[in-house]
Design a protein around this ligand. Structure first.
Ligand SMILES: Cc1cc2nc3c(=O)[nH]c(=O)nc-3n(C[C@H](O)[C@H](O)[C@H](O)COP(=O)(O)O)c2cc1C
Length: 365
């Protein structure tokens, strides 16, 4: 339960951090979408640990194997199964966590729910689970690009108290990939790098914010009332490990504006209805309006820090835990591609749902 996401374009992820492998089954993917392992690998490499000093030093190539559903470079319309083996698991580093709950991690809650937990590398709660999301999301992204020219770009906007100045309208993938922080403001990226590296050297951690812009999404995506587009995006983002907040458009800052300032005024241009501002973040009434979809996701500081912290054993005895293991001093730079993948999954699902419900009698008059 809880391992499947989407209604029509559906992914089911599987696997634990130190098990044999992690992976995904994508069902509901239309046939004849061109896709290669190389395209998926590009995204997995952006998520991979060991990319730089400011990520976990676990050494994984994260090489994807496509086991089914793709033939001669195209999807077959049958389930696409993809897998990545776990190669650099050092399970002995997690022996302390067998008998002590990590503060703000999922050790206690998994025990409370299941009465059993794979404590090695965080088991199912490890971010290795997101490999399946990225692999499935890459196919969703391809589908959206082919059908509408949709472009999804996420980037790091804030780390701890350092905020980048970025105009989302002009951010490109190339700019995001220019530095290991994945912040398109290069001066701020340098400071962010130093801050994360200092946290690492202190055995501490920091969090941050990822902003994501989706361009060329057609108007009409989203199903009121419970499957509003922003509600599904929020669920997708808050289903990611270590997330604590989601905002779309003006978000929480909109409360500081009056309606006269906040309303996005309409105008017509080249046969399209547009808005002059975009405080709505591209979604009104739960349905995309054709403007850029713009949202933000807050990630907390990594729970596992390499410092002694007060905790308890599963038997409720007080103890002190000083974890070992290789951890991200900040999860945010690696999460950029994961946010993009989840956004693609939500949009692809709504796009396919639209095909089922729209214009049953042919094109609208
Ligand atoms: C890309 C990425 C990398 C992560 N790396 C770590 C890590 O090295 N150590 C850790 O304790 N948590 C890490 N996390 C977060 C944990 O998986 C998460 O905190 C844990 O599952 C508990 O869930 P919660 O924080 O959402 O409550 C990472 C998350 C992401 C998205």
């Amino acid at each position: 339960m809880g391992n499947t996401f989407g209604r029509v374009f559906r992914i089911t992820t599987w696997g634990e951090s130190h098990g044999g492998a992690v992976g995904v089954v994508v069902d509901g993917c239309p046939p004849r979408i061109p896709i290669t392992p190389e395209e998926i690998q590009v995204e997995l490499d952006r998520r991979r640990p060991g990319q730089s000093l400011i990520t976990s030093q676990r050494r994984e190539t994260d090489t994807v194997q496509i086991l089914s559903g793709v033939f001669e470079g195209q999807t077959l319309g049958t389930p696409v199964s993809m897998m990545v083996t776990n190669q650099d698991a050092r399970s002995q580093d997690y022996s302390e966590m067998q008998n002590a709950y990590r503060p703000s991690h999922a050790d206690f809650t998994y025990d409370a729910k299941f009465g059993i937990r794979d404590y090695r590398g965080g088991g199912r709660t490890s971010a290795r689970e997101t490999i399946g999301r990225v692999a499935g999301g890459t196919i969703a992204r391809k589908l959206l690009h082919l059908r509408h020219g949709v472009e999804i770009v996420a980037y790091v906007q804030q780390i701890y108290n350092l905020e980048a100045r970025v105009d989302p309208r002009h951010v490109t993938r190339a700019l995001v990939e220019e530095n290991p922080v994945r912040c398109p403001d290069s001066e701020m990226a340098r400071q962010m790098y130093e801050l994360i590296d200092q946290a690492r050297r202190d055995g501490d951690s920091v969090g941050g914010i990822i902003e994501c812009v989706i361009r060329h999404a057609p108007p009409g995506l989203g199903c009121p009332v419970f499957d509003r587009l922003e509600a599904d995006l929020a669920k997708a983002m808050l289903s990611l490990p270590a997330t604590k907040g989601f905002e779309i458009g003006s978000g929480f800052s909109g409360v500081l504006m009056k309606g006269s300032e906040h309303n996005d005024l309409f105008f017509a241009s080249e046969g399209r209805i547009r808005t002059r501002t975009n405080f709505s973040g591209g979604v009104q009434g739960g349905i995309s309006n054709g403007e850029d979809i713009l949202f933000r996701v807050a990630f907390k500081p990594t729970a596992t820090i390499l410092r002694p912290q007060e905790t308890v054993t599963p038997q409720g005895e007080s103890t002190v835990l000083k974890p070992r293991g290789r951890h991200d001093p900040c999860v945010v730079p690696r999460a950029v591609t994961i946010v993009e993948a989840m956004a693609a999954l939500v949009l692809a699902d709504h796009d396919l749902r639209n095909q089922a419900i729209r214009n049953p009698a042919g094109p609208a008059a």
